[in-house]
Ligand binder design. Structure first.
Ligand code: ADP
Ligand code: MG
Length: 571
């Protein structure tokens, strides 16, 4: 059995040697009181990705976490943040390259399923990475020893939990459970989204997901006609705005808070941490934000419900392009969302193609419909509703939509009013004069089958499937650009997307299974075997967070080499 003292002696002994001498510390080291350090991977040099470590600290898992994955997810979120604060205090740059730099992937404002913390029944496992210290390329053994001792000591002290920390832990678990339950309640209540009274939606800045300072925020208040009360296990009855199934328009003047509300709804597919301001803002789990994304590639999507008769005669029932336009990309984004079972589309005029949303009477007179390939969204939104797909749309620029919607919400100085009756009255009094333009009433949500030969994971004969920041996946020789996938919210999800793509391709993409079937199988493996079965970093996939199937398939869809065939039976 290797002990803490032996590790210390060993590190002292290799002090001053070449960096490769660190290799020998891989393995398991026993600390006093049952704490263990696992060194899973030792970096090759001070400039390479930091070494991967795990620290396991004994604890007795509280009974309220037992058998409830949502509570565990909430509690892990809390423990991860606590541990990150602690280890952050110990680390500092200590030498060359990444010496002394540590990373604990505790996450941001969303409570995602992460791999950084495992709350087992008898121990807490914290997974982190740390640059083992060096001077130039020489081992700084004494520094390394101090660093590891200090880090483990402070982790142990922190994870002993004070009474108020136990209380916080419970609160984070409660918050995750409440949000999950609330999201499930939507369906029974005939709703697609819910925003509680008192929610604080705006963020600090365009580049920060932290809440805007309390003094500057107008808290959310529901209009009486849309007020509903839902009950959750811990907070009890909560009151707020329920957005029913169907088509909902958010209108209002510029800078009055429309996009802020929509962004909160986009993020409502995830749970938020206590104090975020968007706790209990929930949307149905399959909600997808779609936008125009010109320049993206499209592989075999049936966009014919929205786009037909293109000037060069390209087929749009099986549409391929390396460079989609604003409208064709938005059509592809919608059809891809529907393919995976999306029940709620979220759209903002700020990020939509105008000609995709609307074609007014005057334009209909000037440009004959035979010369316009686009069937605008306004003429399909009712059929989508009949097929069980709701829409929430921000639209400050055109009142033509009043004729096709079920609810109209108006934002005025960040306050919400239900103006549905008024909008209906206006649409009767002031006809738009436009004719409904569609090509064919019968259309389906197709299923595509990814063809394995069109996906190449290898680069110079090695598998490359990596996330880079929030919006880039490197797969084989390709760089997949994901900035148009707005519900990807965490770089750890992006890393997970890359990992899942490789796993899916190696195991399930066979030229017969549809995207939906492939992803179902991957998620089943994860449920049964955990991350360890999907990630190549056995024992230490410490920096991943679960994306939804939608975000994984979104990355496949943007692979420029992708080829697909039509699936047979719908899912
Ligand atoms: P719109 O889409 O209507 O043009 P935005 O949603 O972009 O407006 O909001 C405009 C600005 O107002 C943003 O800077 C946003 O942070 C801020 N804001 C939004 N909602 C609130 C609120 N409830 N209280 C205070 N400021 C808000
Ligand atoms: Mg806006």
């Amino acid at each position: 059995m290797s002990t803490q003292q032996q590790l210390q002696e060993h590190l002292y002994r290799i002090d001053g040697r070449g960096y490769g001498a660190y290799k020998d510390i891989a393995g398991k080291w026993h600390w006093e009181n049952g704490t263990c350090l696992y060194v899973d991977h030792v970096q090759a040099d001070p400039f390479a990705s930091p070494s991967r470590l795990r620290v396991a600290v004994p604890w007795t898992r509280p009974g309220h976490l037992k058998g409830n994955p949502d509570r565990l997810r909430g509690a892990s979120g809390y423990v991860g943040r606590l541990a990150r604060q602690t280890t952050g205090k110990v680390q500092a740059k200590r030498g060359s390259g990444r010496s002394g730099q540590g990373y604990l992937d505790a996450g941001g404002q969303e409570l995602l399923d992460r791999t950084a913390v495992v709350l087992g029944p008898g121990e807490i496992e914290i997974r982190l990475s740390l640059g083992l210290p060096a001077a130039g390329r020489r081992v700084l053994g004494r520094t390394a020893s101090d660093l590891l001792q200090g880090m483990i000591q402070s982790l142990r002290e922190t994870l002993a939990f004070s009474p108020s920390q136990w209380e916080q832990l419970r609160q984070w678990a409660d918050v995750a459970e409440d949000q999950t339950v609330l999201r499930q309640r939507l369906k029974e209540a005939g709703l697609v989204a819910f925003v509680p009274d008192g929610a604080r939606l705006p963020r600090k800045s365009g580049v920060s997901d932290l809440p805007l300072e309390p003094g500057k925020v107008i808290p959310f208040a529901s209009p009486p006609s849309m007020r509903v009360t839902l009950s959750v296990p811990h907070r009890g009855e909560i009151c707020g705005m329920g957005i029913p199934r169907g088509v909902t328009l958010i209108v209002g003047g510029g800078y009055h808070g429309k996009s802020t509300l929509l962004r909160a709804l986009e993020r409502g597919v995830y749970d938020h941490i206590p104090g975020d301001g968007r706790e209990l803002v929930v949307t149905v789990a399959s909600a997808v934000k779609v936008r125009a994304e010109d320049g993206r590639s499209v592989a075999g999507v049936d966009i014919s419900p929205f786009i037909a008769d293109l000037p060069a005669g390209q087929p749009t029932a099986d549409f391929y392009t390396q460079e989609a336009s604003g409208s064709t990309s938005q059509a592809a984004n919608i059809m891809e969302a529907l393919e995976l079972g999306c029940e709620l589309l979220l759209m903002d005029e700020d990020t939509s193609a105008t000609n995709f949303l609307i074609r007014d009477a005057r334009m209909q007179s000037l440009v004959h419909r035979d010369h316009e390939p686009i069937t605008p969204f306004i003429d399909r939104v009712g059929e989508l509703k009949d097929k069980g797909v709701s829409t929430i749309m921000v639209m400050g620029g055109s009142g033509d939509y009043f004729s096709v919607v079920d609810q109209v919400i108006r934002m005025n100085a960040y306050r919400v009013a239900d103006v549905t009756a008024e909008a209906q009255e206006i649409s009767e009094r002031m006809p738009t004069g436009r004719a409904r333009e569609t090509r064919g009433e019968h259309w389906e949500f197709g299923q595509r089958v990814p063809l394995p030969g069109s996906i190449n994971l290898r680069r110079r004969n090695r598998v490359r499937a990596e996330g880079r920041g929030l919006s880039t996946v490197l797969l084989g020789d390709e760089t997949v650009e994901l900035s148009g996938v707005e519900q990807l919210v965490d770089a750890s999800q992006t890393r997970a997307v890359a990992t899942i793509m490789a796993y899916a391709h190696q195991h399930y993409v066979d030229g017969r299974r549809s995207f939906g079937e492939v992803l179902d199988l991957v998620y089943l493996d994860w449920e049964q075997g955990g991350w360890e079965c999907i990630s190549p970093y056995r024992g230490h996939p410490g920096d991943l967070a679960w994306p939804r199937p939608h975000e994984v398939v979104a990355a496949f869809n943007r692979l420029r080499s992708l080829k697909t065939s039509k699936g047979f039976a719908p899912r």
